[in-house]
Design a protein around this ligand. Structure first.
Ligand SMILES: [Zn+2]
Length: 269
């Protein structure tokens, strides 16, 4: 197994267990979880993949709107506090395109989204009404006030290289917004890592506790603006009741126990 993906100078990684036939390792220094597997692009063409598993815009809104409106309101408040009037946004790994559609339609961004799957791009166009660009971030030209990348960094083999490509797309003084599964979220704590569903090779390759994610971004020219955790919906409660969902969303956020890290960093000028 390779050294820790957060910092090769960390102590040698230790094998934890085998999941889906793949060895899972953990760094004793930063706690990062690593699956000993390569990236397989073809799996994201499958139309049963989760971003396309909901079939109507209403279903997608019901599941995701609370989270993405909260994220966009945080981004807007941070951008506004810096006095920036320009509002360009690039979403890397735009999934079903719903976030790009909200950013442009409700929050005034000139928003673009990158995807790697032709199936997803077709889904985004037909179901959400957004035209995404089929391109890797390393090939994309242009600089943006805001670059967002939600639940993608855990899918790549080398998060440092990927992060460098994201940072390249941010204007100096602009912000990068990341989310990725939280290895110390409430669900992981209750179930234990051995039963935690987010360890699911070949999809997720590297998973981070907050400490490891922050160590990762520290190695780039970035200053932390905000760190919180987010939940989409609570499967333990499994409710469609919006008031209850809102309560759990904010309750888990209060204790940083939400399912995903939500980190906003600013590129140094
Ligand atoms: Zn480490």
């Amino acid at each position: 197994m390779k050294p820790c993906v957060v910092d090769a100078g960390h102590k040698p990684v230790q094998k934890l267990f085998v999941r889906n036939g793949t060895d899972i390792y953990q760094c004793p220094d930063c706690g990062c979880l690593m699956a000993d597997i390569d990236f397989n692009k073809a799996q994201y063409e499958d139309n049963t993949y989760y971003t396309m598993s909901l079939i109507s815009k209403e279903e997608i809104e019901n599941k995701w709107a609370l989270r993405w409106r909260y994220v966009l309101s945080r981004i807007v408040s941070i951008i506004r506090s810096s006095g920036s009037s320009s509002l360009t946004l690039l979403d890397v790994g735009a999934g079903n395109g719903y976030f790009v559609s909200l950013a442009a339609g409700e929050y005034g961004f000139t928003a673009k989204g990158l995807g790697i799957s032709s199936e997803e791009i077709q889904f985004a166009r037909d179901v959400i009404g957004v035209q995404l660009i089929r391109e890797d971030v390393t090939d994309h030209q242009g600089n943006y006030d805001v670059v967002t990348c939600f639940n993608v960094i855990e899918h790549v083999v080398d998060p440092q290289l990927f992060l460098a490509a994201l940072v390249d797309r941010v204007k100096p003084g602009g912000i990068l917004v990341l989310s990725t599964p939280n290895t110390i979220c409430l669900r992981a704590r209750i179930r234990g890592l051995k039963k935690w569903e987010r360890i699911d090779p070949p999809h997720h390759i590297n998973l981070f506790p907050g400490k490891a994610l922050r160590a990762l971004v520290k190695r780039h020219d970035l200053e932390e603006e905000s760190y919180e955790t987010l939940s989409t919906y609570i499967t333990i409660v499994n409710t469609r009741n919006l008031i209850l969902r809102r309560f759990f969303f904010h309750f888990l956020k209060l204790f940083n126990l939400g399912a995903d890290h939500f980190l906003i960093v600013r590129k140094k000028t």
